[in-house]
Design a protein around this ligand. Sequence first.
Ligand SMILES: [Ca+2]
Length: 286
Amino acid sequence: MQGPADNLIVKLTFDSKFAKMIEFNQRGRVHQSDDASRRCAGCRIDPKKTIDMAFAFQPIVDTNLGETFAHEALVRGLNGEPANSVLAQVNEENRYHFDQRCRTLAIAQAAALNMSSFLSINFMPNAVYQPEACIRSTLESAEKHSFPTDRIIFETVEGENIISRNHLVNIFRAYRRFGFKTAIDDFGAGYSGLTLLADFQPDFIKLDMELVRGIDSDSVRQSIVRGVLTMCRDLGVQIIAEGVETKEERDFFASNGIILMQGYFFAKPALRAMPKRTADWLASTP
Ligand SMILES: [Ca+2]
């Protein structure tokens, strides 16, 4: 015998601006249920305490236009303490709630700043149990704060702790279906590499700063990055060079057709604020 939950399937509908998740049964639309039996592992974990946090925003610059393409939301303590002081408090008990709260708070703070660029949010793949279920609070926050979901980028690194690459690829695919943009972070470093790209082609890859640093005088790095650029053009993936700190690094990427850049050369992250353009940034504006 089937109960109401047995007939429940999740469908996605999209209005003009915001993705909305609506649950249907065979007779039509039903209210979203908070029935504990249908909640997955993450929702059932009761965090011992909420971690205090705020966000700093750092621009990703479109160097062709001289404009801010996106702001990456970087977690900080309430008074701007470094990310590590916050991340050190994350454990098995609170990881799901921390990841969820990172998303909703980043969206709320970006909306409060009237951010009109893309918003790039870092997420933890091992805090996502079921992509479709675990995205609900993100969608609700976007709607509540009138922040369009098609202006949100989800970036992550393929960490050593994730359950499996298939899990991460499934998350990315689900997020793409929801209309979000996707990015592989720290591309070229450690676990974030070619085989992940072979399984999923995101909208962006963020070149790890170890490949960026001093590239203007390093022929090996230049060769690697040119190869990545050729590959990404074939795959329709856009490159973001992160950790750009000097004019020479900026000039190398610009002359090789890499338009999107992030780093201290343009602006440092600003706590609860969108950084103003630096003199270097203005000087490199066309
Ligand atoms: Ca990142």
